[in-house]
Design a protein around this ligand. Structure first.
Ligand code: AMP
Ligand code: FE
Ligand code: FE
Ligand code: ZN
Length: 286
């Protein structure tokens, strides 16, 4: 692939550390990307920039690091995830804005715990915080359902994380509580005001094609075409849609750590030239 290091498999533009619902520290994520032979990587924790400085410090020469964040958004009544790339890890206004969502996530997790307690599972909110902190300082800055799922497994209420989601944490299940989300059009404006770009994550999981086309028209810069949960037919369709819309096709593993994601770092990756395309698109908003 042009622009890639010899032996490299390119870029993984969708990765989670323990600052959100991943299991590894940002430094460990960087090490994993290096071991996978990647030329470029992005860290895209849910609703937080707090893992970015550590990752940035840890990136070795020859590996490109794109600072990112995965924003929990809502579009026409549906929850969707938008990946922002090229954000400034030190952007205090953005950090303060996201801190509000982190606080709402903590309140939501506490409500989930209360609901599950009423189901007879003797779990506590402090236990969630302890689980999130096991991987080190900063763990669980952006608390989410996977932390609750882990607690459910430890209490023997589910055999694994997937089982916990199926039985308790999906919409309509006893532990489910809705999450505060940013209206997609607001997220697009916010990210562009930072001279950063914004791409829809795993669209095949959340949106019908007509809705996706409509959303792209709201100003998205790219579509995540390659994702472990996209079937080959969906990938082909999304690739064609990105081409038709003139937006950047991106991809990444959505890796959350060993055992938490079935796919390894680097799977569903893209050529590292994609990073340059994203950076170039971002320059249009300066
Ligand atoms: P939240 O943002 O708190 O609603 O949690 C959503 C996160 O849970 C996603 O980003 C995934 O990482 C994870 N997730 C969703 N469904 C499952 C599942 N069935 N098994 C494991 N993890 C899941
Ligand atoms: Fe996640
Ligand atoms: Fe997502
Ligand atoms: Zn993700």
């Amino acid at each position: 692939m042009p622009g890639d290091r010899p032996g490299s498999i390119g870029a993984d533009l969708h990765l989670h550390s323990h600052y959100s619902d991943g299991l590894l520290t940002p430094a460990q994520m960087v090490d994993g990307a290096v071991e996978a032979g990647l030329a470029a990587m992005a860290l895209t924790d849910h609703d937080t920039l707090d893992g970015l400085p550590e990752a940035t410090r840890h990136v070795p020469p020859g590996v490109e690091f794109l600072p990112g964040v995965e924003l929990s958004c809502v579009y026409r009544g549906r929850e969707i995830h938008l990946l922002a790339y090229g954000v400034d890890p030190g952007d205090e206004d953005l950090r303060a804005f996201l801190a509000g969502f982190q606080q709402k996530r903590r309140e939501r997790a506490a409500r989930m715990v209360s609901r599950l307690e009423r189901q007879g599972i003797p779990m506590t909110y402090d236990e969630l915080l302890a689980i999130a902190a096991e991987s080190g300082p900063g763990g669980g800055t952006s608390l989410g359902r996977p932390h609750v799922a882990e607690a459910l497994v430890r209490h023997g209420a589910a055999v694994d994380i997937d089982d916990a989601f199926r039985k308790y944490l999906r919409r309509g299940k006893p532990g489910w509580v809705s999450k505060a989300c940013i209206p997609a059009v607001d997220a697009i404006a916010l990210v562009h005001s930072r001279a950063a770009v914004i791409v829809i994550a795993h669209p095949a999981l959340n949106l019908a094609e007509t809705e996706l086309v409509r959303l792209v028209g709201e100003g998205l810069d790219g579509i995540e075409v390659w994702h472990p949960k996209h079937a080959p037919g969906q990938v082909r369709r999304l690739e064609a849609l990105a081409r038709q819309a003139g937006v950047i096709p991106t991809g990444g593993s959505d890796y959350h750590g060993p055992g938490r994601t079935k796919h390894e770092i680097g799977s569903s990756g893209v050529p590292s030239s994609t990073v340059e395309a994203l950076r170039e698109a971002a320059r249009n908003y300066e």
